[in-house]
Design a protein around this ligand. Structure first.
Ligand code: MG
Length: 335
């Protein structure tokens, strides 16, 4: 996927230099003149799964990608491509959950498009959601707070903003979404204990910004926590060291991973955020997000380091393990 994006897609789409966060940055959203803009397509199978459906996914993925730039999401577009003969009842259920999530997030769907294609042209239904967000005073105040503690010349919370000493927070249990979906799809039965974590994070993120000192945020979707940390380390050009004992993982996810021979760090999440914060403010931000339902299991899991590159983890038994960037997708079509 990385090669496809870099070698085949991006080479035709060079951005002008006045774009604040351009396509080439490969961040969660682009920024043009203080407008934050992103798009996401959804091909999840099955369409309904424990804890959510393609509708909730369509809203939350886009709301979260805008929010992690430090912006307030304000509006969404919604595109449907539907296979001829698709059940109207199922479409109604999907739209009901889109309406519910959009209300929960406070971000309306303001434009859309629907196409029907002939039977067999695609599997049931796919969606595309784009979204826009805007800069608020919350982000400005958060950045002032960062600047009280270290040099910081950025206007947005980009992947490349981390510096040695910054602490890394994860907002809760990792791996829930991917394991719930995989288990349900393949009939392993773990979904009785593990449900998808799909949720719009804009409200919790606004609280974290209010706490101040946040330098970067990312939702660990495809490729999971390992991929997020690798993107941060690579773009920031520093290493990241995490502590295995601090990473929140549910027992059900842990046992599913052991049984299936996959690493929970590589599993996609849809209701979690990873937060980089100056060390002086890390405990404050942690405390604030722990007051929310979506962030009550948050932990400080590690820090940015000058003396290494890549991502390494201090294991429960005290060893040091290199965390590889996920080579392939251990759980395809989960978003
Ligand atoms: Mg993202």
């Amino acid at each position: 996927m990385q090669e496809l994006i870099k070698d085949s897609i991006m080479k035709h789409l060079a951005n002008p230099s006045n774009i604040d966060v351009p396509l080439e940055a490969l961040d969660d959203s682009a920024v043009i003149d203080d407008i934050v803009f992103t798009t996401d397509s959804h091909t999840v199978q099955p369409l309904f799964f424990p804890g959510g459906d393609i509708g909730s996914l369509s809203v939350c993925g886009t709301v979260n990608d805008i929010s992690v730039m430090g912006a307030q999401p304000i509006a969404l577009s919604l595109g449907f491509i539907i296979e001829e003969g698709f059940s109207i009842e199922d479409l109604d259920k999907i739209l009901e959950s889109i309406g519910k999530m959009s209300t929960e997030a406070g971000v309306p769907v303001v434009t859309g498009d629907t196409k029907v294609v002939e039977k067999g042209a695609l599997q049931q239904l796919v969606t595309n959601t784009s979204g826009i967000g805007k800069r608020t005073e919350l982000l400005d105040n958060n950045i002032f707070e960062v600047q009280r503690h270290r040099e910081f010349n950025e206007k947005w919370l980009k992947d490349s903003n981390l510096r040695p000493g910054d602490k890394i927070i994860v907002s809760g249990y990792i791996g829930d979404h991917g394991i719930a979906l995989l288990s349900f799809r393949e009939g392993y039965g773990f979904e009785s204990e593990v449900q998808s974590d799909i949720w719009p994070l804009n409200k919790m993120i606004a609280l974290a910004l209010k706490g101040g000192g946040v330098v970067a945020m990312k939702d660990p979707t495809r490729g999971g926590l390992a991929n997020t940390l690798h993107e941060w380390a690579g773009k920031s050009k520093f290493g990241i060291k995490i502590d295995e004992d601090k990473i929140p993982i549910r027992e059900g996810v842990q046992s599913a991973c052991e049984m299936l021979g996959i690493d929970a760090l590589n599993i996609g999440n849809e209701g979690k955020v990873v937060i980089g914060v100056v060390k002086e403010k890390a405990e404050d931000v942690l405390k604030i997000i722990k007051t929310t339902n979506e962030g009550k299991f948050a932990e400080i899991i590690g820090e940015v380091r000058e003396d290494m590159t890549g991502v390494a983890m201090v294991t429960s038994v005290g060893g040091l393990r290199l965390v590889d960037a996920p080579a392939g997708d251990p759980v395809p079509r989960i978003c």
